[in-house]
Design a protein. Structure first.
Length: 232
């Protein structure tokens, strides 16, 4: 069972992670509603039914969907025109749920069962080869979506966030290892005069500072991860 108001509100959101509400994901929007910083009618994918769900949790009246954030619509799925795809990977980077597969300079493909219809892959495409196609004719909002799909989308979103964090950490570790190797190599280099000694010390200071920054970033990332996993 959800422990906080934000948890309950998040569970009532469709988890498309589309950012149309004005927040970077569904969870931050739920937290903003709970904190009184955002209204509960800013989620187009949830539509009128979504507003009702949020209003019920908050004990507030049902209000109209704020269409400045987008219109309630039939649920779309992204479609890539393969003949025009140049394999730039920009859509892959934009997809919040890893619903696009492909590689640099190779044609990309949408995994329709994972696509949340968020539209985030459309704008980055430099050749306009992505279109959004309705897959729920006549059904909009929560009528075009269900709890299982929302749970899957949330799980995919979290999986992607963890993957990106892991890849960043692995890259940072590689860079830190290279910096450490460079520092050892510098220590072994002979310095024959005052100018060379000064240059060597400057390089060592720069590398040492980079290594320390990497250490502190890794420590902070570990603390943030532990804070996220700490039970409320």
């Amino acid at each position: 069972m959800p422990h906080t108001l934000a948890d309950q509100l998040e569970d009532a959101l469709p988890q498309t992670q589309c950012t149309k509400c004005g927040y970077p994901a569904c969870r931050p929007y739920a937290e903003a509603i709970a904190g009184g910083e955002a209204n509960y009618n800013q989620c187009p994918p949830g539509g009128e039914e979504g507003v009702k769900r949020l209003a019920s949790i908050l004990g507030k009246p049902v209000i109209a969907l704020d269409t400045s954030h987008g219109m309630e619509r039939e649920r779309p799925v992204a479609l890539i025109e393969e003949a025009y795809c140049i394999g730039c990977t920009l859509c892959i980077q934009a997809c919040p749920v890893d619903a696009i597969i492909g590689a640099p300079k190779q044609m990309h493909t949408i995994i329709s069962d994972l696509c949340t219809g968020c539209d985030l892959c459309v704008a980055p495409c430099p050749v306009d080869c992505i279109s959004m196609v309705s897959v729920t004719p006549g059904k909009t909002g929560w009528a075009a979506w269900n709890e299982n799909q929302a749970d899957q989308a949330r799980a995919q979103f979290h999986f992607r966030q963890q993957r990106l964090l892991r890849e960043k950490q692995e890259n940072d570790d590689r860079l830190a290892a290279k910096a450490a190797e460079k520092l050892v190599a510098l220590e072994a280099e002979p310095a024959l005069n005052a100018e060379e000694i000064a240059s060597k010390e400057r390089k060592k200071a720069i590398i040492a500072a980079a290594i320390e920054r990497a250490r502190l970033q890794k420590l902070q990332a570990s603390r943030d991860h532990q804070a996220e996993e700490k039970p409320e």
